[in-house]
Design a protein around this ligand. Structure first.
Ligand SMILES: Cc1cc2nc3c(=O)[nH]c(=O)nc-3n(C[C@H](O)[C@H](O)[C@H](O)COP(=O)(O)O)c2cc1C
Length: 366
Protein backbone atom coordinates (compact mmCIF):
# COMPACT_ATOMS: atom_id res chain seq x y z
CA UNK A 1 0.00 0.00 0.00
CA UNK A 2 1.32 3.46 -0.86
CA UNK A 3 2.50 5.73 1.89
CA UNK A 4 0.63 9.06 1.89
CA UNK A 5 0.52 12.13 4.10
CA UNK A 6 -1.93 14.99 4.50
CA UNK A 7 -1.49 17.83 6.99
CA UNK A 8 -3.56 20.74 8.26
CA UNK A 9 -3.00 23.54 10.70
CA UNK A 10 -2.33 27.27 10.97
CA UNK A 11 0.68 28.81 12.65
CA UNK A 12 -1.29 30.26 15.59
CA UNK A 13 -4.37 28.04 15.39
CA UNK A 14 -5.16 25.38 17.99
CA UNK A 15 -2.97 22.61 16.54
CA UNK A 16 -1.19 21.07 13.59
CA UNK A 17 -2.39 17.68 12.43
CA UNK A 18 -1.11 14.97 10.11
CA UNK A 19 -2.71 11.80 8.83
CA UNK A 20 -0.36 9.12 7.53
CA UNK A 21 -1.73 6.22 5.52
CA UNK A 22 0.01 3.14 4.19
CA UNK A 23 2.29 2.40 7.15
CA UNK A 24 2.82 -1.31 7.75
CA UNK A 25 1.43 -2.83 10.93
CA UNK A 26 3.84 -3.73 13.69
CA UNK A 27 6.20 -0.75 13.44
CA UNK A 28 7.30 0.31 16.92
CA UNK A 29 7.18 4.06 17.51
CA UNK A 30 8.91 5.88 20.35
CA UNK A 31 7.34 9.14 21.55
CA UNK A 32 10.67 10.36 22.93
CA UNK A 33 12.37 9.90 19.55
CA UNK A 34 9.64 11.89 17.75
CA UNK A 35 9.72 14.61 20.42
CA UNK A 36 13.52 14.75 20.11
CA UNK A 37 13.19 15.48 16.38
CA UNK A 38 10.55 18.13 17.14
CA UNK A 39 12.96 19.70 19.61
CA UNK A 40 15.80 19.63 17.04
CA UNK A 41 13.61 21.59 14.64
CA UNK A 42 13.01 24.24 17.27
CA UNK A 43 16.66 24.71 18.13
CA UNK A 44 19.24 26.70 16.22
CA UNK A 45 21.17 29.83 16.79
CA UNK A 46 19.10 32.18 14.68
CA UNK A 47 15.65 31.26 15.85
CA UNK A 48 13.05 33.53 17.43
CA UNK A 49 11.98 33.47 21.08
CA UNK A 50 8.82 31.58 20.03
CA UNK A 51 10.88 28.41 20.02
CA UNK A 52 11.64 28.87 23.71
CA UNK A 53 8.00 29.67 24.47
CA UNK A 54 6.67 26.36 23.27
CA UNK A 55 8.17 22.91 23.39
CA UNK A 56 6.55 20.83 20.72
CA UNK A 57 5.30 17.41 21.61
CA UNK A 58 3.53 14.76 19.56
CA UNK A 59 0.12 13.34 20.42
CA UNK A 60 -1.30 10.29 18.68
CA UNK A 61 -5.04 10.10 18.10
CA UNK A 62 -5.32 6.98 15.97
CA UNK A 63 -3.48 4.12 14.32
CA UNK A 64 -1.22 3.17 17.25
CA UNK A 65 -1.77 0.74 20.11
CA UNK A 66 0.74 0.14 22.86
CA UNK A 67 3.46 1.73 20.72
CA UNK A 68 2.86 -0.43 17.63
CA UNK A 69 1.26 0.73 14.39
CA UNK A 70 -1.99 -1.01 13.52
CA UNK A 71 -1.67 -0.73 9.73
CA UNK A 72 -4.51 1.81 9.82
CA UNK A 73 -4.29 5.61 9.34
CA UNK A 74 -1.98 7.17 11.92
CA UNK A 75 -3.23 10.55 13.19
CA UNK A 76 -0.66 12.88 14.75
CA UNK A 77 -1.23 16.20 16.51
CA UNK A 78 1.24 18.90 17.54
CA UNK A 79 -0.49 21.59 19.58
CA UNK A 80 0.37 25.26 19.15
CA UNK A 81 0.94 26.27 22.77
CA UNK A 82 1.09 29.91 21.65
CA UNK A 83 -2.57 29.63 20.58
CA UNK A 84 -3.54 30.68 24.12
CA UNK A 85 -2.43 34.21 23.13
CA UNK A 86 -4.50 34.07 19.94
CA UNK A 87 -7.79 32.65 21.25
CA UNK A 88 -9.82 35.54 19.85
CA UNK A 89 -7.64 36.31 16.83
CA UNK A 90 -7.43 32.73 15.57
CA UNK A 91 -10.75 31.40 16.85
CA UNK A 92 -12.06 28.85 14.32
CA UNK A 93 -15.63 30.02 15.08
CA UNK A 94 -16.84 33.64 15.20
CA UNK A 95 -15.15 34.90 18.37
CA UNK A 96 -17.22 35.91 21.36
CA UNK A 97 -16.55 38.90 23.57
CA UNK A 98 -14.25 41.87 23.08
CA UNK A 99 -11.13 41.41 20.90
CA UNK A 100 -8.17 40.51 23.05
CA UNK A 101 -4.72 39.00 22.62
CA UNK A 102 -2.88 38.81 19.33
CA UNK A 103 -4.17 38.80 15.76
CA UNK A 104 -7.18 41.03 16.42
CA UNK A 105 -6.34 43.62 13.76
CA UNK A 106 -6.19 42.79 10.03
CA UNK A 107 -2.71 42.68 8.49
CA UNK A 108 -2.53 44.81 5.34
CA UNK A 109 1.24 45.20 4.85
CA UNK A 110 2.49 42.36 2.61
CA UNK A 111 6.12 41.28 3.08
CA UNK A 112 8.21 40.93 -0.08
CA UNK A 113 9.31 37.31 -0.27
CA UNK A 114 6.40 35.87 1.72
CA UNK A 115 3.01 34.45 0.75
CA UNK A 116 1.23 37.65 1.78
CA UNK A 117 0.53 39.37 -1.53
CA UNK A 118 0.03 36.31 -3.74
CA UNK A 119 -2.11 34.74 -1.01
CA UNK A 120 -4.62 37.58 -0.61
CA UNK A 121 -4.99 37.97 -4.36
CA UNK A 122 -5.40 34.24 -5.00
CA UNK A 123 -7.92 33.57 -2.23
CA UNK A 124 -9.72 36.95 -2.14
CA UNK A 125 -8.65 37.68 1.44
CA UNK A 126 -8.65 41.17 2.94
CA UNK A 127 -6.53 40.14 5.91
CA UNK A 128 -3.02 38.98 4.98
CA UNK A 129 -3.10 36.81 8.12
CA UNK A 130 -5.50 34.46 6.32
CA UNK A 131 -2.67 33.66 3.91
CA UNK A 132 0.40 33.82 6.12
CA UNK A 133 -0.92 31.58 8.87
CA UNK A 134 -0.77 28.49 6.66
CA UNK A 135 2.10 29.59 4.43
CA UNK A 136 4.28 30.00 7.53
CA UNK A 137 6.83 27.27 8.15
CA UNK A 138 5.27 26.56 11.53
CA UNK A 139 3.48 23.53 10.10
CA UNK A 140 6.82 21.96 9.27
CA UNK A 141 6.58 20.82 12.91
CA UNK A 142 3.97 18.21 12.03
CA UNK A 143 5.97 17.21 8.96
CA UNK A 144 8.85 16.55 11.32
CA UNK A 145 6.61 14.33 13.46
CA UNK A 146 5.49 12.43 10.34
CA UNK A 147 9.05 12.25 9.03
CA UNK A 148 10.24 10.93 12.35
CA UNK A 149 7.81 8.02 11.86
CA UNK A 150 9.28 7.52 8.38
CA UNK A 151 12.76 7.43 9.93
CA UNK A 152 11.61 4.72 12.35
CA UNK A 153 10.43 2.65 9.38
CA UNK A 154 13.66 3.28 7.47
CA UNK A 155 15.74 2.27 10.47
CA UNK A 156 14.04 -1.15 10.40
CA UNK A 157 15.29 -1.62 6.85
CA UNK A 158 18.80 -0.36 7.53
CA UNK A 159 18.50 3.20 6.18
CA UNK A 160 19.67 6.24 8.18
CA UNK A 161 19.03 9.83 7.11
CA UNK A 162 20.79 12.88 8.56
CA UNK A 163 20.64 16.59 7.70
CA UNK A 164 23.05 19.35 8.68
CA UNK A 165 23.67 22.98 7.82
CA UNK A 166 26.75 23.45 5.64
CA UNK A 167 26.56 27.20 5.03
CA UNK A 168 24.85 30.12 6.78
CA UNK A 169 25.06 33.64 5.37
CA UNK A 170 27.92 32.50 3.13
CA UNK A 171 29.94 31.16 6.09
CA UNK A 172 30.97 27.52 6.37
CA UNK A 173 32.57 27.29 9.84
CA UNK A 174 30.57 27.11 13.10
CA UNK A 175 32.11 30.34 14.37
CA UNK A 176 31.58 32.09 11.06
CA UNK A 177 27.93 31.02 10.98
CA UNK A 178 27.37 32.36 14.51
CA UNK A 179 29.14 35.62 13.80
CA UNK A 180 27.16 36.14 10.60
CA UNK A 181 23.93 35.46 12.52
CA UNK A 182 24.88 37.91 15.28
CA UNK A 183 25.77 40.57 12.72
CA UNK A 184 22.50 40.12 10.84
CA UNK A 185 20.55 40.25 14.11
CA UNK A 186 22.31 43.48 15.09
CA UNK A 187 21.43 44.94 11.69
CA UNK A 188 17.83 43.70 12.10
CA UNK A 189 18.35 41.71 8.89
CA UNK A 190 18.00 38.02 7.95
CA UNK A 191 20.15 35.30 6.39
CA UNK A 192 19.81 32.16 4.32
CA UNK A 193 22.07 29.18 3.85
CA UNK A 194 22.58 25.67 2.54
CA UNK A 195 21.77 22.31 4.16
CA UNK A 196 22.94 18.85 3.19
CA UNK A 197 21.05 15.60 3.71
CA UNK A 198 22.79 12.23 3.46
CA UNK A 199 20.98 8.88 3.47
CA UNK A 200 23.07 5.77 4.04
CA UNK A 201 22.13 2.11 3.75
CA UNK A 202 19.88 2.77 0.75
CA UNK A 203 19.80 -0.32 -1.46
CA UNK A 204 19.96 0.03 -5.24
CA UNK A 205 16.63 0.05 -7.00
CA UNK A 206 14.42 2.54 -5.12
CA UNK A 207 12.55 4.78 -7.55
CA UNK A 208 12.14 4.22 -11.28
CA UNK A 209 13.14 5.64 -14.64
CA UNK A 210 9.85 4.61 -16.25
CA UNK A 211 7.93 7.88 -15.66
CA UNK A 212 9.18 11.18 -14.39
CA UNK A 213 6.73 11.10 -11.47
CA UNK A 214 8.34 7.85 -10.30
CA UNK A 215 11.91 9.11 -10.41
CA UNK A 216 13.39 9.24 -6.94
CA UNK A 217 15.52 12.27 -7.83
CA UNK A 218 12.37 14.11 -8.94
CA UNK A 219 10.50 13.12 -5.79
CA UNK A 220 13.30 14.12 -3.46
CA UNK A 221 13.78 17.33 -5.44
CA UNK A 222 10.10 18.20 -5.17
CA UNK A 223 10.03 17.33 -1.48
CA UNK A 224 12.93 19.69 -0.76
CA UNK A 225 11.67 22.40 -3.09
CA UNK A 226 8.32 22.15 -1.32
CA UNK A 227 9.84 23.42 1.93
CA UNK A 228 9.33 27.11 2.68
CA UNK A 229 12.19 29.40 1.62
CA UNK A 230 13.99 26.73 -0.42
CA UNK A 231 15.05 28.24 -3.73
CA UNK A 232 17.39 25.59 -5.06
CA UNK A 233 18.04 21.86 -4.82
CA UNK A 234 21.21 20.03 -5.79
CA UNK A 235 21.70 16.27 -6.13
CA UNK A 236 25.24 14.98 -5.72
CA UNK A 237 27.68 17.41 -7.31
CA UNK A 238 24.67 19.14 -8.88
CA UNK A 239 25.38 22.42 -10.63
CA UNK A 240 29.10 21.82 -10.55
CA UNK A 241 28.66 18.79 -12.84
CA UNK A 242 27.59 21.17 -15.60
CA UNK A 243 31.07 22.68 -15.58
CA UNK A 244 32.98 19.38 -15.94
CA UNK A 245 33.76 16.93 -18.69
CA UNK A 246 32.09 13.54 -18.67
CA UNK A 247 35.33 11.88 -17.66
CA UNK A 248 35.28 13.96 -14.46
CA UNK A 249 31.55 13.78 -13.82
CA UNK A 250 30.55 10.12 -13.49
CA UNK A 251 31.26 7.41 -10.94
CA UNK A 252 33.33 4.60 -12.42
CA UNK A 253 32.40 1.04 -11.55
CA UNK A 254 34.95 -1.35 -10.03
CA UNK A 255 34.66 -5.15 -9.70
CA UNK A 256 32.18 -5.97 -6.94
CA UNK A 257 30.13 -3.13 -8.43
CA UNK A 258 31.82 -0.65 -6.11
CA UNK A 259 31.99 3.01 -7.07
CA UNK A 260 35.16 5.07 -6.78
CA UNK A 261 33.28 8.33 -6.30
CA UNK A 262 29.73 9.46 -5.57
CA UNK A 263 29.30 12.49 -7.78
CA UNK A 264 25.79 11.36 -8.73
CA UNK A 265 24.70 11.59 -5.09
CA UNK A 266 23.49 7.98 -5.10
CA UNK A 267 20.94 8.54 -7.86
CA UNK A 268 21.22 7.49 -11.51
CA UNK A 269 18.25 7.55 -13.90
CA UNK A 270 15.94 8.40 -11.01
CA UNK A 271 16.89 5.18 -9.22
CA UNK A 272 19.03 4.73 -6.10
CA UNK A 273 22.33 3.09 -7.10
CA UNK A 274 23.38 1.80 -3.68
CA UNK A 275 25.72 4.68 -2.83
CA UNK A 276 24.71 7.19 -0.14
CA UNK A 277 22.08 9.65 -1.32
CA UNK A 278 23.50 13.16 -1.00
CA UNK A 279 21.32 16.21 -1.62
CA UNK A 280 21.51 19.90 -0.78
CA UNK A 281 18.91 22.63 -0.48
CA UNK A 282 19.52 26.37 -0.66
CA UNK A 283 17.43 28.60 1.61
CA UNK A 284 16.84 32.25 0.82
CA UNK A 285 17.12 34.87 3.61
CA UNK A 286 13.89 34.91 5.63
CA UNK A 287 11.38 37.47 4.39
CA UNK A 288 10.29 38.97 7.74
CA UNK A 289 12.79 41.71 8.50
CA UNK A 290 12.87 43.69 11.74
CA UNK A 291 13.90 46.61 9.52
CA UNK A 292 11.10 46.12 7.02
CA UNK A 293 11.32 46.43 3.26
CA UNK A 294 9.22 48.79 1.17
CA UNK A 295 5.71 47.61 0.46
CA UNK A 296 2.18 48.94 0.01
CA UNK A 297 -0.67 49.17 2.52
CA UNK A 298 -3.39 47.10 0.86
CA UNK A 299 -6.07 49.02 2.79
CA UNK A 300 -5.05 52.41 1.34
CA UNK A 301 -2.92 51.63 -1.72
CA UNK A 302 -0.24 53.94 -0.28
CA UNK A 303 3.46 53.18 0.07
CA UNK A 304 4.26 51.66 3.46
CA UNK A 305 6.70 49.39 5.25
CA UNK A 306 6.10 45.65 5.30
CA UNK A 307 4.73 43.77 8.31
CA UNK A 308 7.07 43.25 11.26
CA UNK A 309 6.23 40.16 13.31
CA UNK A 310 8.31 38.04 15.66
CA UNK A 311 10.62 36.10 13.40
CA UNK A 312 13.87 34.18 13.03
CA UNK A 313 17.15 35.78 11.91
CA UNK A 314 17.91 32.55 10.08
CA UNK A 315 16.43 29.07 10.27
CA UNK A 316 19.07 27.03 8.49
CA UNK A 317 19.59 24.58 11.37
CA UNK A 318 15.84 24.06 11.47
CA UNK A 319 15.76 23.57 7.71
CA UNK A 320 18.37 20.82 8.10
CA UNK A 321 15.87 18.86 10.22
CA UNK A 322 12.90 19.65 7.96
CA UNK A 323 14.93 18.63 4.88
CA UNK A 324 16.11 15.46 6.62
CA UNK A 325 12.55 14.33 7.30
CA UNK A 326 11.42 15.34 3.80
CA UNK A 327 14.07 13.05 2.30
CA UNK A 328 13.20 10.34 4.86
CA UNK A 329 9.55 10.53 3.85
CA UNK A 330 10.35 10.11 0.14
CA UNK A 331 12.70 7.20 0.84
CA UNK A 332 10.09 5.51 3.03
CA UNK A 333 7.52 5.99 0.26
CA UNK A 334 9.86 4.50 -2.33
CA UNK A 335 10.76 1.62 0.00
CA UNK A 336 7.06 0.85 0.54
CA UNK A 337 6.57 0.72 -3.22
CA UNK A 338 9.55 -1.59 -3.68
CA UNK A 339 8.88 -3.90 -0.74
CA UNK A 340 5.11 -3.71 -0.10
CA UNK A 341 3.67 -5.68 2.81
CA UNK A 342 0.75 -5.10 5.16
CA UNK A 343 2.92 -5.94 8.15
CA UNK A 344 6.49 -4.91 8.89
CA UNK A 345 7.52 -8.59 8.91
CA UNK A 346 6.32 -8.90 5.29
CA UNK A 347 8.35 -5.85 4.36
CA UNK A 348 11.46 -7.23 6.08
CA UNK A 349 11.03 -10.59 4.32
CA UNK A 350 10.74 -8.84 0.95
CA UNK A 351 13.87 -6.84 1.73
CA UNK A 352 15.78 -10.02 2.65
CA UNK A 353 14.70 -11.68 -0.54
CA UNK A 354 15.66 -8.68 -2.67
CA UNK A 355 19.08 -8.27 -1.08
CA UNK A 356 19.69 -12.02 -1.53
CA UNK A 357 18.69 -11.82 -5.19
CA UNK A 358 21.08 -8.98 -6.00
CA UNK A 359 23.67 -10.10 -3.43
CA UNK A 360 25.79 -12.22 -5.73
CA UNK A 361 26.33 -9.15 -7.94
CA UNK A 362 26.06 -6.19 -5.55
CA UNK A 363 27.43 -5.66 -2.06
CA UNK A 364 27.03 -2.43 -0.09
CA UNK A 365 30.18 -0.25 -0.16
CA UNK A 366 32.14 -0.48 3.11
C1 LIG B 1 12.15 26.03 9.40
C2 LIG B 1 11.75 27.32 8.76
C3 LIG B 1 11.56 28.44 9.56
C4 LIG B 1 11.19 29.65 8.98
N1 LIG B 1 11.03 30.74 9.80
C5 LIG B 1 10.69 31.93 9.23
C6 LIG B 1 10.57 33.10 10.03
O1 LIG B 1 10.74 33.08 11.25
N2 LIG B 1 10.25 34.26 9.41
C7 LIG B 1 10.05 34.33 8.06
O2 LIG B 1 9.79 35.41 7.55
N3 LIG B 1 10.15 33.25 7.28
C8 LIG B 1 10.46 32.06 7.83
N4 LIG B 1 10.58 30.96 7.01
C9 LIG B 1 10.39 31.11 5.56
C10 LIG B 1 8.96 31.41 5.14
O3 LIG B 1 8.06 30.49 5.70
C11 LIG B 1 8.87 31.41 3.61
O4 LIG B 1 9.86 32.23 3.07
C12 LIG B 1 7.50 31.89 3.15
O5 LIG B 1 6.51 30.96 3.55
C13 LIG B 1 7.39 32.11 1.63
O6 LIG B 1 7.62 30.92 0.94
P1 LIG B 1 8.86 30.75 -0.06
O7 LIG B 1 10.04 31.36 0.62
O8 LIG B 1 9.01 29.27 -0.24
O9 LIG B 1 8.56 31.47 -1.33
C14 LIG B 1 10.99 29.75 7.58
C15 LIG B 1 11.18 28.60 6.78
C16 LIG B 1 11.57 27.41 7.36
C17 LIG B 1 11.79 26.20 6.49
Amino acid sequence: MALALVTAGESHGPALVAILTGLPAGLRLDKDAIDADLRRRQQGYGRSPRQQLETDEVEVLAGLRHGLTLGTPLALVVRNRDHRNWLWGMSPWPPEGEPEGKGTKPVTLPRPGHADLAGVLKFDHDDVRNALERASARHTAVHVAAGSVAKALLREIGIEVAGRPVEIGGETTDDGMREATDAARADRDTLGGIVEVVATGVPPGLGSYAEKADRLDARIGAALQGIQAVKGVEIGDGFDLARRRGSEAHDEIDPGLRRRTNRAGGLEAGVSNGEPIVVRAAMKPLPTLMRPLDSVDLATGEAAQALVERSDVQAVEALAVVAEVAVAWELARAAREKLGGDALVDMLAARRHYLERIGDRWQPSA
